[in-house]
Design a protein around this ligand. Structure first.
Ligand code: HEC
Ligand code: HEC
Length: 420
């Protein structure tokens, strides 16, 4: 069961989900559906049994992937170097990084309720001879979510991941082909698991849902609601139940946010790529750590291209690969434009400021939900809709952004830009 701290810290992300659920095209799911999903998954992938899958932990997952000697505790707390050394070369990738997308942005850095969000990503290739391999699962991606109290280091033992998200990824040739693609596969692009929080009693068991009870002012009209796997996950991972996709790690966005929402974090010098030890992209350690993300993002890009070749998220991951092919330094928003012409451009008056605002206040969700703000045409097509929704008087539930107030000067900036 996910505790109330989790709920408060995650209210932003869950709010995003709630709104997604409010629309008919994104079903909210149910416990029965989630149970059925896990039962089927267990049979299809030969991971535990329908009766026992609910009792599994990340230790069972590691064993399934052929790493019987790696425990849930090590996955969560072992430093990247030692964890990566446990696999074959590049068999295990680990990255620890600042995660503004999971943070409750309603609280400013100066507020006592403010918490930084950090993630640990572990990508494990299934070993030859493992049960996973036999079921055509070639890798797993595990994502831990940490909210260290102020003044504490992220990733300290005892500061447990509040919830741990997992994707199992099939052999590309076994995936159901799109029309026009070759092959006779029948597998989904992603299989979802969600593990509950670790406690001092041990690793969390499989969870069926994210459980949330919100304050009325944070979540209009909602009391308590559950968001079930897999529907709740798909909303931000391609919004297609049959073909969800991997999201790339948007390193550039993490650095952008130092310049607007998180000046104290910037001043502290805390490295955003935690294990780089510095934010200086010319340092050898930064380059080494950045290269791990580059390898992961290449895999995410390949996956997205197969799952949904025309999705904005796929265009964005291809863009990241292009601008970071030989460059480790952060790249500014205008150079990350995607989609049909005319794209965002330094030569178009107003573009730079408008994109900066959309990037700060909207990209958290609208990199993946419904449209990407980096696609200028996708924004322009929604001009009227945006102008309505950013008004402070817009109906609650429609009003954007849903996770904090849009300051009056930013409202005015967007109004001017979109009405020209
Ligand atoms: C609000 C949008 C959102 C929702 C809802 C969401 N995700 Fe994600 N997820 C992301 C983003 C964005 C990333 C990329 C990492 C980052 O930016 O911090 C990500 C990354 C991941 C990753 C790492 C692999 C990858 O795609 O990069 C896993 C695993 C994952 N999510 C699983 C889940 C599961 C399981 C659920 C449902 C319980 C879920 N996600 C719901 C947005 C979302
Ligand atoms: C915390 C997540 C979140 C943030 C931040 C956010 N939105 Fe949204 N937005 C959503 C969700 C979820 C939907 C889909 C549900 C709906 O249609 O109401 C949505 C829908 C929309 C739509 C309708 C899109 C369509 O194609 O139907 C527009 C337009 C929009 N948002 C604009 C914005 C703008 C502009 C910002 C920034 C000023 C913003 N949003 C910030 C979550 C968010």
């Amino acid at each position: 069961m996910i505790n109330s701290i989790y709920v408060r810290l995650f209210s932003g992300a869950l709010l995003c989900l709630i709104l997604a659920q409010a629309r008919a095209e994104v079903p909210s799911g149910s416990e029965a559906e989630a149970k059925e999903y896990y039962s089927k998954l267990s049979l299809t992938l030969n991971y535990a049994t329908p009766a026992t899958i609910g009792e599994t932990t990340l230790t069972d997952l590691a064993a399934y992937l052929g790493y019987g000697k790696i425990s849930a505790d090590e996955l969560e707390f072992a430093p990247p170097e030692s964890l990566m050394a446990r696999g074959e070369p590049r068999g295990i990738l680990v990255s620890r990084f600042f995660a503004p997308k999971i943070m409750n942005v309603k609280f400013r850095e100066t507020s006592p309720e403010f918490r930084l969000g950090w993630r640990k990503l572990v990508r494990i290739k299934a070993m030859a001879g493992s049960s996973a391999k036999a079921a055509n699962i070639v890798s797993a991606v595990i994502l831990f979510n940490f909210f260290p109290p102020p003044g504490r280091m992220p990733y300290e033992r005892g500061n447990f991941s509040v919830n741990t998200q997992v994707m199992l990824l099939p052999d590309p040739v076994k995936i159901t082909p799109l029309r026009g693609q070759k092959g006779d596969g029948t597998m989904d692009t992603v299989y979802w698991l969600d593990y509950q929080n670790t406690t001092s009693a041990g690793p969390g068991k499989l969870g069926y849902f994210l459980h949330a009870s919100f304050d009325a002012n944070e979540l209009p009209g909602a009391g308590t609601k559950n968001y079930y796997v897999p529907h709740g996950c798909v909303a931000c991972h391609g919004n297609n139940m049959q073909r969800p996709l991997l999201n790339f790690m948007d390193t550039d966005h993490w650095f952008d946010r130092l310049e607007n929402d998180f000046p104290q974090l910037k001043d502290s010098g805390q490295p955003l790529l935690f294990d780089a030890g510095t934010n200086d992209p010319t340092s050898p350690q930064f380059k080494k750590i950045f290269d791990i993300i580059r390898t992961f993002n290449h895999e995410a890009d390949q996956h997205a291209k197969q799952a949904q070749p025309r999705h904005d998220e796929t265009l964005a991951s291809a863009k990241w690969m292009e601008i970071h092919a030989n460059n480790d330094a952060p790249v500014p928003p205008l150079k990350r434009a995607i989609g049909p012409a005319p794209q965002w451009s330094a030569n178009t008056p107003g573009d730079e400021a408008a994109l900066a605002t959309l990037n700060q206040y909207c990209y958290r969700c609208h990199g993946t939900v419904k449209f990407s703000v980096f696609n200028r045409q996708a924004v322009m097509e929604r001009r009227a809709n945006i102008l309505q929704r950013i008004l402070p008087t817009a109906e609650v539930g429609m009003r954007m952004p849903p996770d904090r107030e849009l300051p009056p000067d930013k409202l005015e900036l967007l109004q001017k830009f979109l009405s020209q």
